[in-house]
Design a protein around this ligand. Structure first.
Ligand SMILES: Cc1cc2nc3c(=O)[nH]c(=O)nc-3n(C[C@H](O)[C@H](O)[C@H](O)COP(=O)(O)OP(=O)(O)OC[C@H]3O[C@@H](n4cnc5c(N)ncnc54)[C@H](O)[C@@H]3O)c2cc1C
Length: 455
């Protein structure tokens, strides 16, 4: 019997079990330089019972299962390194409940961030975790995603209250509760957050929502250097200015955006900042922000409160990677993701700029600098062994520098298999514990094998 015919017994709908070439290809790769590998079959479950049946079957047959959300992760997370089943959650996309009185919502794992936003908005609420891509809530939980608003609201760890998940073998578990706090023993809901599909499949999540601020204003400030922009970000956060977003884009990225989105930003490093709060408080916060940024050398400062202008600016920011990729058609991206303590940020970015210049490689730098997290995006021809090796060695140097500064190899993108060596470098002494946890959840090693925990 083939995997496809076995799956059709469990999910008896030919539209939801596929080994068609285009479906396999779509589940074989991400946007990055990692080499693609096809699964043997793709299944699109619609219920937790179907997920359970697939995991029971796969565990008994020792067939690898790779959960798949929107496929926007960046370290080869969704690539089925050993073939098997790609389990696509996008048909589990029902908003189960929005509870304005509790500031929470329960959603199926395939619900996207924008879908949740649309459901929460009419209640005056929003879900702030925003990785830029329109990812699924299941995928965002599985990678502990964060993004532009983390500086104010935190990432997925701060937002997941409860989870329904299916473990290998088919057991359905419910971890956490609708209460905003708990001390009820080991927190398995939070253990699944960031587990990248290596422990089980998340099928439903209860997440926190927040009131939409009464007043929101965005400001754009240009700086003579990345380091001065970075110091500006640290000054805002250090002074307790209630920034909801604080993003740095270097001159290379601004130039790429101008070409891609027909914007006309001055081609120098910029901070994009958003402030949210009460109508009476925000103007004062904006004036403080302007003063602090001028002290750190800002050469321009433009503020907008019109919703369309605000959306336009964040749309530009969220298109930074696509803008860079458009500069080199056919190229693939390698994206670094270190995070350091805020006091080390200017030094770490200065070092990144120097290493980039010395390497002769072309790459843009962007960062969620209010959290000390920044990315260098290299555009590569994955077939060009020399440039791949240079980018990898630069990536490794940035990780070494971040670790020496008390930081981490990945602030938000996760390990996948692209950062396995860096996890070992950062937490090598903890690997036996990590392997032990994996073995308890997944004794037969079927869940997304080859990811997160080096074998
Ligand atoms: C342009 C761009 C910008 C980005 N910016 C950011 C950013 O600012 N911050 C950030 O954090 N990330 C960012 N990312 C990375 C990516 O968007 C996030 O990692 C996102 O959380 C992935 O969600 P997804 O639905 O696409 O998951 P997928 O890519 O489909 O899956 C990611 C991982 O989670 C597992 N998984 C998926 N669904 C489930 C489930 N239901 N149960 C268990 N495991 C599951 C998969 O097996 C895989 O290991 C960016 C990506 C792009 C393309």
């Amino acid at each position: 019997m083939s995997v496809v015919s076995d799956l059709l017994r469990l999910v008896p709908d030919e539209r939801r079990v596929s080994n068609g070439e285009s479906v396999l290809d779509q589940h074989s790769a991400d946007l990055t330089y990692h080499s693609p590998r096809r699964p043997d079959a793709v299944v699109f479950p619609e219920t937790v019972e179907e997920v359970s049946a697939v995991l029971a079957y796969a565990d008994a047959e020792r067939i690898p299962v790779v959960p798949f959300g929107a496929g926007t992760s960046l370290e080869g997370h969704v690539i089925p390194l050993h073939g098997g089943i790609s389990l696509d959650l996008t048909r589990m996309n029902r908003i189960v409940a929005v509870r304005p009185g509790d500031l929470s919502a329960t959603v199926q794992a395939g619900v996207t961030r924008s879908q949740l936003e649309a459901a929460a908005g009419p209640h005056g609420l929003w879900f702030p975790v925003d990785p830029g891509a329109d990812a699924t809530l299941g995928g965002m939980a599985a990678t502990n995603a964060s993004g532009t608003t983390t500086v104010r609201y935190g990432g997925m760890h701060a937002h997941v209250l409860a989870l329904e998940a299916v473990l290998p073998g088919g057991r359905v578990i419910h971890a956490g509760s609708r209460a905003v706090k708990t001390s009820a023993g080991y927190n398995l809901a939070q253990l699944l957050v960031g587990s990248e599909g290596t422990l089980g499949v998340i099928t439903e999540l209860t997440v926190r929502l927040h009131p939409i601020p009464e007043a929101i204003v965005v400001a754009r400030a240009a700086f003579p250097s990345v380091e001065s922009a970075c110091r500006g970000a640290a000054a805002l956060v250090g002074a307790g200015v209630p920034v909801t977003r604080c993003e740095l884009l270097d001159a290379v990225t601004i130039a790429a955006l101008n070409a891609y989105k027909s914007t006309s930003f001055p081609e120098s490093p910029h901070l994009f900042v958003e402030l949210g709060g009460s109508a009476s408080g925000v103007p004062g916060d904006l004036a403080t922000a302007q003063e602090l940024l001028a002290d750190e050398g800002a050469t321009t400062f433009e503020a907008e409160s019109d919703p369309t202008a605000r959306a336009h600016m964040w749309d530009a920011r969220h298109n930074a990677l696509h803008a860079s990729l458009a500069l080199a058609p056919g190229a693939k991206a390698m994206i670094t993701d270190v995070a350091v303590p805020l006091s080390e940020l200017a030094g770490a970015m200065e070092n990144a700029r120097r290493l980039l210049d010395e390497s002769g490689m072309n790459g843009g730098i962007v960062g969620h600098v209010g959290d000390g997290n920044f990315h260098v995006a290299f555009l590569l021809d994955p077939g060009d062994v020399d440039s791949l090796a240079r980018a990898q060695s630069l990536n490794a140097a940035l990780v070494e520098d971040a670790l020496a500064r008390g930081g981490t190899c990945t602030g938000e993108h996760g390990i996948g298999f692209g950062k396995l060596a860096y996890l070992e470098r950062e937490h090598g002494d903890l690997l036996p514990l990590l392997r032990g946890i994996k073995a308890v959840f997944d004794p037969n090693g079927i869940m997304n094998p080859g990811k997160v925990v080096p074998s």
